[in-house]
Design a protein around this ligand. Structure first.
Ligand SMILES: Cc1cc2nc3c(=O)[nH]c(=O)nc-3n(C[C@H](O)[C@H](O)[C@H](O)COP(=O)(O)OP(=O)(O)OC[C@H]3O[C@@H](n4cnc5c(N)ncnc54)[C@H](O)[C@@H]3O)c2cc1C
Length: 426
C-alpha cells in the first residue's frame, strides 16, 4: 500500500486486472483472468521469469499433500495439463516414486496406503518393482510406492512457454519494471502508474518489500535452497520424480502419520549432518537426461547467499549411495528462494480488490496455478466458465473446487489453510 497521493494513469495504462509477479502464481492469475475475457497486464522487475518457478524440481507433488494444498494441487493438475496441451511444453503423468530404504520407511508407506484405502492413489511396490522404475541399487531397496496422479514438468521451459501463450491470448507483459506500491485501483511502477480494477500481488518472498506489514503479520521469511544439475551415467532412465524417507517426513500426507515420528527421529539420529542441512533428498530427471539433485533448506529473513560446498558433497554422496550410476559430472549449482511461514499459503485481500497470494512453503509449483485460479475467482467474483469463449466447459472441476469452504480465506484476514507449522516441502 502506498501512503502517497494516487496519480491518474493514462488510458493506455488502464486494465481490468494488474498482476505483480510473473512466477507460476502470477501466471496462474493471468490465465484465470484472460480466460474470462478480462484485459490483463503482468508486471515483473526481471526480464523474464527467473525466480523460484524456474529453479525447482518441476515436481507437481499433489498426492503427498493434504487439506488445502491437496485441493489447490488437484485444481492445478487440470490447469497444468490444459496449459501443456495448449502450448506444447513437456509434461509427464509420471506419478511419484518413493523408495523405502529401511523397514520404517516401508511401514510408513503402508500406513499411508492403508489410511485412504484403494482409492488413495498410493500403490505399494516390491523391491524389484522399484528397481524396474528407477536405476536404484537393489541392495538399498526395501520396497516403495508409486503415488498416482502426480506430474512432472521441466521448470526451465514451462514458465517461458506460458508467458508466450498468455501474450498470444492478449495478456500484456511489462518486464524490467519494478512495482513500488499497490492500492485499490492502482499499481505504481518504475515506469509509471497502471490503473486496474483488480490487483494481484504474487511476488513470493518479496512480499516483505512490497507489503511489509502483511509479511510481518503472517510471519513470512525466506527459505534458501541449494540445488544442482548433474550429467549421470544411470543404468536406466528415472521414470518419475523420486522421493526418499527424508521427503516422507516433510510432506503432510505422510508426515502427520503415526509412524513418521519414529522415522524422523531415526533419520536425524543416524545422519545428523544431513538433518543439519534440513535435507529433502529427492531427484527428477529432465527430458535431456540430466538429473536435478537437492535440496537443502536454510530459513532466515535474509539468508546468506553463500552456498556451503558440504551441501553439494552430501547431494553427490547420497546419489552415489542410492543410484546404480557410473560417472556423475556436475553441470550447474544454484540457490533458489521461496517464501516460508507458519501456514502453507498466504491469501489476503490487503485493500478492496487488492489480493496478495503466495505459497509459503516449497509446494508452489504443485499448488500455485490452482491457488491463483480458485482464490482470484472467489475474491474478485469473476464469473463465467473461464473458457474465454463463454462456454461452460473444461473448468467445471476447478470451479467446483473454488467452493470448497476449507480453502477460503476471508477478505482482510490471513487465511488459515492447512499447514503444519514450519513444515517445509521441496
Ligand atoms: C530449489 C527449489 C525447489 C523447489 N521444488 C519444488 C517442487 O519440486 N515442487 C513444487 O511444487 N514446488 C517447488 N518449489 C517451490 C516453488 O518453486 C515456488 O513455491 C513457486 O515457484 C513460487 O512461485 P511464485 O510465482 O510465488 O514466485 P516466483 O517464481 O519467485 O515469482 C515471483 C516474481 O515476482 C517478481 N517480483 C518480486 N517483487 C517484485 C516487484 N516489486 N515488482 C515487480 N516484480 C516483482 C520476481 O521478479 C519474480 O519473477 C521449489 C522451490 C525452490 C526454490
Amino acid at each position: 500500500m502506498t501512503e502517497g497521493k494516487a496519480m491518474t494513469a493514462s488510458p493506455d495504462d488502464r486494465f481490468d486486472v494488474a498482476i505483480v509477479g510473473s512466477g507460476i502464481v502470477g501466471l496462474g492469475a493471468a490465465y484465470a483472468a484472460v480466460r474470462r475475457g478480462l484485459r490483463v497486464v503482468v508486471v515483473d522487475r526481471t526480464d523474464r521469469p527467473v525466480g523460484a518457478t524456474i529453479r525447482n524440481f518441476g515436481h507437481l507433488c499433489i498426492g503427498a499433500q493434504d487439506g488445502a494444498a491437496r485441493a489447490y494441487g488437484e485444481a492445478s493438475r487440470g490447469i497444468w495439463l490444459r496449459l501443456a496441451a495448449e502450448t506444447g511444453f513437456w509434461v509427464r503423468e509420471s506419478g511419484t516414486l518413493v523408495v523405502a530404504r529401511a523397514e520404517d520407511e516401508r511401514a510408513l508407506l503402508e500406513e499411508a496406503a492403508g489410511a485412504e484405502g484403494e482409492d488413495g492413489g498410493i500403490r505399494l511396490l516390491s523391491p524389484s518393482a522399484v528397481t524396474e522404475l528407477a536405476p536404484v541399487r537393489p541392495e538399498v531397496v526395501h520396497g516403495g510406492a508409486l503415488v498416482a496422479g502426480d506430474l512432472q514438468v521441466n521448470p526451465r521451459e514451462a514458465a517461458g512457454a506460458i508467458v508466450r501463450h498468455l501474450a498470444a491470448l492478449g495478456v500484456e507483459f511489462r518486464f524490467r519494471t519494478a512495482v513500488t506500491a499497490v492500492e485499490t485501483g492502482l499499481v505504481r511502477t518504475t515506469r509509471g502508474d497502471i490503473a486496474a480494477d483488480d490487483v494481484v500481488v504474487a511476488v513470493n518472498h518479496d512480499v516483505d518489500q512490497l507489503l511489509p506489514a502483511l509479511a510481518e503479520r503472517a510471519g513470512v521469511i525466506r527459505c534458501a535452497l541449494d540445488m544442482m544439475r548433474v550429467s549421470a551415467d544411470l543404468r536406466s532412465p528415472l521414470q518419475a520424480p523420486l522421493l526418499t524417507g527424508w521427503s516422507l517426513v516433510r510432506y503432510r500426507r505422510f508426515a502427520g502419520l503415526g509412524t513418521a515420528t519414529a522415522l524422523r527421529e531415526r533419520l536425524h539420529a543416524e545422519r545428523p549432518e544431513l538433518a543439519a542441512l534440513d535435507l529433502n533428498q529427492m531427484y527428477t530427471q529432465l527430458p535431456d537426461g540430466t538429473m536435478l539433485l537437492g535440496d537443502s533448506h536454510h530459513k532466515a529473513v535474509q539468508p546468506e547467499p553463500f552456498q556451503p560446498e558440504a551441501a553439494f558433497d552430501a547431494f553427490l554422496a547420497e546419489a552415489r549411495e542410492l543410484f546404480d550410476v557410473g560417472g556423475m559430472r556436475v553441470l550447474e549449482r544454484w540457490q533458489g528462494v521461496y517464501a516460508a511461514a507458519g501456514e502453507e499459503f498466504l491469501i489476503e485481500e490487503v485493500a478492496p480488490r487488492v489480493l496478495a497470494l503466495a505459497a509459503t512453503t516449497g509446494i508452489g509449483m504443485t499448488t500455485g496455478l490452482g491457488l491463483a485460479e480458485l482464490e482470484t475467482t472467489r475474491v474478485f467474483g469473476w464469473g463465467g466458465s473461464g473458457s474465454g469463449s463463454g462456454s461452460a466447459d473444461a473448468d467445471a472441476s476447478v470451479a467446483d473446487g473454488a467452493q470448497t469452504p476449507a480453502i477460503a480465506g476471508g477478505a482482510g484476514t490471513t487465511a488459515i489453510v492447512g499447514g503444519i507449522a514450519q513444515e517445509e516441502n521441496a
